[in-house]
Design a protein around this ligand. Structure first.
Ligand code: PLP
Length: 265
């Protein structure tokens, strides 16, 4: 396995020299919401008979349809937006080629990783409100981005909807919305970050995302704790980075919660 910056054409060309069977794309990426141009990856992959798989968890099919952009396989953690209620763990794999789908189905059955009946029922139930939930998630996210951008204790906000986000143009081209995951850096050290987190009342400190309730995560010590500190730094995951999954609560309550907790910073 080789990890590369998929926005770097030189790194891509070098990686394809090794004739990979599969290229795995996660866009927007976790936690810095970097955007990868799916069509560009597909055009590289086609020349090398490489399958393109896209992890579409952060946007759901409402906002991004990788198969229409040329991808071969789409993966979703249905734990997140598709179920949307933080009460199960599940996933979905969608393949363009019926034979690839058949092979994956065989493996799922063979290894026993298919969803339990009740979890599947809940997922289908959650799916019915995906569109309306996402609309609310996103209007809330836009207002929180505005709030964070204007706050003097915030060093930087990462959100593909911002014009100065390096992937903004590609996001606009291949997505129909910017999603409701936001990352930001607070001006302060780890102690100030801890104080900020402990003052939040509505946002729960948790690694998951995509549920109706707002969550906040400290990537360095949570989702990316297994990555060495020096590698975290290289990847831009600094100690003062936080990631929020904006829920569908009253947005004024969410902003008040953030504003109150930021007073300590
Ligand atoms: C959560 C997540 C996963 C893993 O899914 P689980 O349902 O937790 O196993 C994979 N990719 C992305 C982008 C995720 O957010």
């Amino acid at each position: 396995m080789l990890f590369i910056d998929q926005n770097d054409p030189k790194a891509l060309a070098q990686a394809f020299e090794q004739k990979p069977k599969l290229i795995w794309v996660e866009t927007p990426s976790n936690p810095l919401l970097r955007i990868t141009d799916i069509e560009q990856i597909v055009s590289f992959a086609k020349q090398h008979s490489t399958l393109v798989s896209v992890d579409n968890t952060f946007l759901s099919p409402i906002h991004q349809k990788p198969l229409l952009l040329g991808a071969d396989i789409v993966v979703h953690s249905t734990t997140k937006y598709i179920n949307g209620h933080s009460d199960l763990v599940g996933g979905a794999v969608i393949a363009k080629d019926p034979q690839v789908a058949e092979d994956l189905k065989w493996w799922a059955n063979c290894t026993g990783i298919t969803g339990a009946a009740f979890d599947s029922f809940l997922t289908l139930r959650g799916l019915r409100t995906l569109d309306v939930r996402l609309a609310r998630h996103e209007t809330n996210a836009a207002k929180i981005v505005d709030f964070l951008q204007s706050h003097s204790s915030i060093e930087k906000v990462y959100y593909p909807g911002l014009k100065d986000h390096p992937g903004h143009a590609i996001a606009k081209k291949q997505q129909s919305g910017f999603g409701s995951m936001i990352s930001f850096k607070i001006k302060g050290d780890i102690e100030q970050i801890k104080a900020f987190l402990s003052r939040l009342n509505i946002f729960s400190l948790a690694e998951s995302l995509g549920g109706v309730e707002s969550l906040i995560c400290h990537p360095s010590t949570m989702t990316h704790a297994a990555v060495a500190l020096s590698e975290q730094e290289t990847a831009g995951i600094t100690q003062n980075l936080l990631r929020i999954s904006v829920g569908i609560e009253n947005v004024e309550d969410l902003i008040t919660d953030l504003a109150t907790a930021l007073k300590s910073c």
